[in-house]
Design a protein around this ligand. Structure first.
Ligand SMILES: Cc1cc2nc3c(=O)[nH]c(=O)nc-3n(C[C@H](O)[C@H](O)[C@H](O)COP(=O)(O)OP(=O)(O)OC[C@H]3O[C@@H](n4cnc5c(N)ncnc54)[C@H](O)[C@@H]3O)c2cc1C
Length: 443
């Protein structure tokens, strides 16, 4: 009998894990998702070349690039005065064998969900079911308490999979079971507003921009090409500034809170960078989501016996440096590879954690120090009113060292990524006959 894997959470990490397990020959995989349906939501994400490499290995790159996704070719940092701090090529232009992608999270989620249904069957995803509790016996199988969203008649159920993977996001129930005394998401005092606008391509440029000062920041990038000359493109934007009061605890980690653009637009009046006007971008949006900027403290352990964590459940980090979703994709592949290589699941989870936890911990810590965006703060501290030549403010070597250190801390520098996926076939087990995923039966 092949092992049965249960994945708590059908976000980017959970769905990619299901596909990665399938790719190494495991077919009894059940994704339990709290939301009633796998409804695509959110704004834009950037997928770094190392993550795109893994999605390519899963056969998803063509599908990704056929929708709301665009190769990120250049990143520019600006001081809020409009002065350019630096511009760097990204993806193929930076020497990677895979592109960096600016992608709508909804599109990414849809591509992953479609592939899971095609490859593992429609029963592989069980929506509307929340993991309400987890018991972790010594070396035995974890026991999950599940609650159907509709409650009442269909009520509750339990499961005892061979392996439990917590992919249930920043407020993970699986993590809470592994670390019962832990406090929740850590807020850094900033609010983030995110949204998507439609604008003529000429109003937006073809680069990703990150601009600001030591207080507030703006990130803007296109996610599509115009369908015809002069047509409109889909633009992702995210703005951050200190909050005026503390948000309620329940809002920490909630991506779904809509607010009108007018709530914060006035803080960004006059912000313009090589023709990209932030107020114009904001006025073209239907709505915005407000999100307190939170992460989680790095953990000293992700696994216990046959249970482990992936994605935000393991290492939620501040949305800096395009790493939240990218690292989740790499986790998924590393975990599946470890499970294929080690017959003992507990040993596999230890090997996975030993590889991934140090890398993601370094990124969590780097993001708390602003990651590569620290160049904006540096420029502002040294020349608060702007400058004409950035190299009089930050020498070229210092700029290059900051970007290089960050890439190296996440092992996503070109030399490492270009070696190809380390999660290829050498340990593939004999492919088991197709089995139906273990059903969830509600009392
Ligand atoms: C609705 C939404 C919108 C987002 N929008 C953006 C965005 O615009 N830009 C950006 O950079 N990042 C966004 N993110 C975060 C980004 O997707 C993640 O940082 C990254 O992709 C890692 O994904 P993850 O799968 O680990 O976590 P998540 O994407 O948070 O997915 C976790 C999943 O687990 C489910 N879940 C939670 N608790 C339980 C439970 N107890 N039982 C079962 N299921 C559970 C959730 O419903 C969710 O589907 C968003 C996340 C969400 C949930």
């Amino acid at each position: 009998m092949t092992p049965h894997f249960v994945i708590a959470g059908g976000g980017v990490a959970g769905l990619t894990t299901a596909l990665a397990l399938h790719a190494v020959g495991f077919e009894r995989v059940t994704v339990v998702e709290a939301a009633r349906e796998l409804r695509p939501a959110g704004a834009g994400l950037n997928l770094m070349p190392g993550a795109v490499r893994e999605l390519d290995a899963l056969g998803l790159l063509a599908a990704l690039e056929s929708g709301a996704a665009l190769r990120t070719r250049e990143l520019r940092y600006y001081h809020r005065s409009g002065a350019l701090i630096s511009r760097e090529p990204r993806g193929l232009g930076a020497g990677y064998r895979w592109p960096q992608l600016s992608v709508h999270r909804a599109h990414l989620q849809q591509v992953l969900a479609d592939a899971v249904r095609d490859r593992l069957g429609p029963a592989a995803v069980v929506p509307g079911v929340r993991v309400a509790g987890v018991e972790l016996p010594g070396g035995g199988r974890p026991r999950l308490r599940l609650v159907h969203r509709d409650g009442g008649r269909r009520g509750r159920a339990s499961m005892e999979p061979d392996v439990l993977i917590g992919a249930d996001g920043i407020r993970s129930a699986v993590r809470a079971a592994l670390h019962p005394g832990e406090t929740g998401p850590v807020w850094n005092g900033m609010l983030v507003w995110r949204g998507v606008s439609r604008l003529p391509a000429a109003a937006i440029g073809s680069f990703m921009l990150i601009a600001g000062d030591d207080r507030q920041k703006a990130v803007v990038y296109p996610m599509t090409r115009p369908p015809r000359p002069g047509g409109q493109v889909l633009v992702n934007w995210a703005l951050a500034r200190p909050a005026e009061g503390a948000p309620e605890e329940r809002l920490l980690g909630d991506w779904r809170r809509d607010v009108p653009v007018e709530t914060f637009l006035h803080h960004f009046e006059g912000w313009e960078f090589d023709g990209v006007s932030i107020p114009r971008v904001l006025r073209a949006a239907d709505t915005a989501q407000e999100y307190p900027m939170v992460d989680r403290d790095p953990l000293d352990r992700w696994s216990h016996g046959r249970t482990t964590l992936v994605g935000d459940a393991a290492h939620a980090m501040y949305p800096i440096g395009s790493n939240g979703a990218s690292q989740s994709v790499v986790d998924a592949r590393a975990l599946a590879h470890a499970l294929a290589c080690h017959p003992d699941p507990a040993e596999a989870l230890r090997a996975y954690e030993a590889e991934r936890r140090p890398v993601t911990t370094a990124l969590q810590q780097a993001n708390r120090r602003l990651g590569p965006e620290v160049v904006i703060d540096l420029a502002h501290r040294r020349a608060p009113h702007g400058f004409t030549d950035v190299h009089q403010v930050i020498p070229a070597e210092e700029l290059a060292a900051i970007a290089g250190r960050y890439a190296a801390s996440g092992a996503f520098d070109p030399a490492t990524v270009n070696q190809g996926s380390p999660y290829g076939p050498p340990c593939l087990p004999a492919r088991a006959p197709r089995a139906v995923a273990g059903p969830v039966t509600f009392a």
